[in-house]
Design a binder for this molecule. Sequence first.
Ligand code: CDP
Length: 201
Amino acid sequence: MSFTVAIDGPAAAGKGTISLAVAAHFGFAHLDTGLLYRAVGRRMLRGEEPLSAAQTLTAADLDGEDLRGPDVAQAASKVAVIPEVRAALVDFQRAFAARAGGAVLDGRDIGTVICPEAQVKLFVTASAEVRAERRLAELEAKGLKTDYGTVLADVRERDARDAERATAPMLAADDATLLDTSTLSIEAAVARAIAVVEAAR
Ligand code: CDP
């Protein structure tokens, strides 16, 4: 039996940390779907056509420190607007969601488009300022030189592009549980997410 937890929300809201913790707690597999778009975005930055990149992604495309960087994030949100690119990534995500033993997928459109039948849907948010602070700390911890204003601008620009695109915009599903992490510690946010999943099992 498959059991799918869909976790959506804007950039740096805490989806990744919550997803990993939920997956570890319940023994579920985890897919960060943002990495797929980042991988396509990085290949576009290297000169490839986004659709052919999306159609030929391999596991090796998901390696490398720069995949998590801000330049690749911007490229990801640009290729993510292209309906054919999104379509090329659907089957892989759905197959992952259907695997036996349970799966957590995090992204922007998991509860709305990829897995509308997911047993649990969470929409994780936080104010843009809080998200920018968290992302700045993450990037600095990796040794990347940047500043708060640049990170806040990146977060806002991607939020706008992700929310306004015509195909699979970032949107809370009608039946999603909203989790605003602006004033929550990571432990508290994780505990709430685990409680929502527990209630649905
Ligand atoms: O980690 P962060 O929240 O900053 O971004 P991400 O989840 O790695 O996603 C990078 C970009 O990929 C987003 O800004 C979206 O444009 C796109 N994306 C998407 O369109 N659909 C998804 N399911 C996941 C990511």
